[in-house]
Design a protein around this ligand. Structure first.
Ligand code: C5P
Length: 283
């Protein structure tokens, strides 16, 4: 492997809409969701280094062990490249900025970034990279594409959409996180049926807000602060509001902040910009 350091970005997503259509035989949920990339991102620094594979995350709350999707991605790409035995000759450092348990896809995007980068280093075909992504998690394939995309099935059958109009995004993070598994479990318990109509919305928001009323309080506050649309992202706990102007997103974030809430102002990223942003850059 060439003696290089690669830095790759792993951007977050929001769900502009997330409709839960049905429960599948495999326990997963059939979705109709619209993914949207945002500029907020983690960074993976990948170095060629002698010895066994090393992985570390700068955030102590983020597992730096084989349960991390980055680690699993690297192992699977290694096998897909036809290499035998344990991964070696590689070290990855993960710089976390995307909040965890927030419905922003941080872990999945980190996994996809590892697939792209290590896949390129080991010359693994895009088709094989995609197969690894599908096996890692429902959201991972989306992060190989980015931009505005419709996700069907588990969210892994993807159809690129015309880019959503460029918007500023006020993200509000409550003091608690939500596990994806729990959110879907709460949806099951709620006995909700198939969604009607084609309005955007998040079907996981009501069951999550039933346990955490703070979610709806934040969404309402963002609406009052002028958001053209406000909803929980994915399985939560992040709530986002969309704005045309940065100054309005900033003001809304300041208005809604406090009471243990953290805010981040970022913007949407279209497909072409996403592809540029995640491109491999040798140093
Ligand atoms: O695929 P991933 O590991 O990201 O999903 C985490 C959990 O979220 C799954 O174990 C499942 O409980 C739930 N899930 C679901 N339907 C989906 C996506 C995720 O039920 N379409």
């Amino acid at each position: 492997m060439a003696a290089k350091t690669l830095k790759v970005h792993a951007p977050a997503k929001i769900n502009l809409s997330l409709r839960v259509v049905s429960v599948r035989a495999d326990g997963y949920h059939e979705l109709r969701t619209i993914f949207q990339s945002i500029a907020l991102h983690d960074t993976l620094t990948i170095r060629a280094e002698r010895g066994p594979f090393r992985f570390e995350a700068d955030d102590p709350a983020c597992p730096g062990d084989p349960t991390n999707l980055v680690w699993r991605a690297v192992e699977q790409v290694w096998a897909a490249a036809g290499r035998r035995g344990a991964v070696k000759g590689l070290a990855i450092r993960l710089t976390k900025r995307i909040p965890m348990q927030a419905g922003l896809g941080g872990g999945s995007s980190d996994g996809a970034a590892a697939i792209r980068a290590v896949g390129a280093l080991l010359r693994v075909s895009p088709a094989r990279q995609r197969a690894v992504a599908v096996s890692l998690g429902a959201d991972v394939p989306y992060f190989l594409e980015g931009g505005t995309a419709l996700g069907l099935g588990r969210g892994d059958r993807l159809y690129p959409l015309i880019d959503h109009p460029s918007s500023w995004v006020a993200l509000v993070l409550p003091s608690f996180g939500v596990s994806t598994k729990d959110a879907f479990g709460w949806w099951d318990e709620s006995g909700a049926g198939e969604p009607e109509g084609s309005e955007p919305g998040n079907d996981l928001q009501a069951p999550v807000a039933a346990r955490h009323p703070e979610i709806n309080r934040i969404a309402k506050a963002l609406g009052r602060a002028g958001a053209s649309y406000a909803a929980m992202s994915g399985s939560g706990s992040a709530v986002f509001g969309l704005f045309q102007r940065r100054v309005d997103a900033k003001r809304a974030a300041a208005e809604v902040a406090g009471r243990g809430r953290r805010t981040i102002v970022t913007r949407t990223v279209d497909r072409a910009s996403y592809q540029r942003l995640v491109g491999l850059r040798a140093r």
